[in-house]
Design a protein around this ligand. Sequence first.
Ligand code: PMP
Length: 403
Amino acid sequence: ASYWSHVPAAPPDSILGIASLYRKDPEKNKLNLSVGAYRDDHGNPTVLRVVRKVEQEPASDHEYIPMAGIPSFCQAAAELILGGKAKSIIEKRVVTVQSLSGTGALRVGAEFLYQFYHPTATTEKPHVYIPRPSWGNHRKVFQSAGLKVAEYRYFDSSTCDVDGKGLIEDLKNIPCHSIIVLHACAHNPTGADPSEELWKQILQVVIQKHHLVFFDSAYQGFASGDLEKDAFAVRMFEQSGIEMLVAQSFAKNMGLYGERVGALSFVCKDSSVVSCVQSQLETIIRSMYSSPPANGARIASRILNDPVLLGEWKQELLEMSGRIQEMRKMLYEELVSRKTPGNWSHITKQIGMFSFTGLNVEQVRYLREKYHIYMTEDGRASMAGLSRETVSMFADGIHDAVV
Ligand code: PMP
């Protein structure tokens, strides 16, 4: 008998499972709104023009890069999210390592927290609090590093908006020094972000309760089209002088999904801790995968460090985010013109790749079976998966499902 005959099948990933149902569906006019990747108006994957351009430049070699990644990439990534003139950068209080996209940044950060975050003398380790709901992988990433995961209230399904009151209450009531995961912008899966006012309140509670913030930034520039605007919350927290962690992904905003380009930054209170933190991060990386892949980070570094390429990238960010916003507007208008029961204003108010439509599981299944439209069962639909041609079909389906 095999050593593995007792191994049970793992439950399928809720998002990738839907994608696999979609692939098996023989219907020609099917529509996949489950995946988190940008598509153009013809439903095709997009390679950014600026990325294509940089890809023409031959790599000088295929040597290993350092454990912490390419220094020019790390520096530029930190400046992109914190701001080039951030006090923490000028004061050399930031440690940044390259990571295997956003997931890898979270995972290495989680490992570091497990090993070194002991803010009090008690034996109980701080828990990680993620929003309810959150990106499905958050819980697993932190748990697999040995951390305990709990949730704070985030979304109010009756208004399809952030539950500001519940969120603040929860952050106040949980133990001091808890680890708080915050989506930097374009919250996944809800598309609902805190207002500036609410961000200020969150920061106040974080300071009062000495919580440790771990920002997850997966959509900078991709959400609003403006790199600065999408970094608002992270920069406000940085300016307050607190210590925090930031995970960055370049999957969506540079379209480098499979290249696994990301960064993990520790914003520290004091530059004296920087070299030890850096050395321990390198030790963690060494034991997990030795060193990160070179190709994607080389591309990103070229773009981030060259003013002309940077300008071209910003233009393409506007195009991608603009198309998504147009899809939101069209979908909203199609539903209003059908007089579909319900208030659909959240579709245009929400931001980023996804809309939390408010459809329930039965309605989502109905759409899948009758219309061959695939979305995750929580009612999340990728606005990037829609096109001018398919938006009316989606509106027909929603209308039919809710009346
Ligand atoms: N965090 C959030 C909130 C996300 O939506 C994603 C992408 N789906 C990620 C992290 C990480 O993705 P990746 O590892 O591909 O960068």
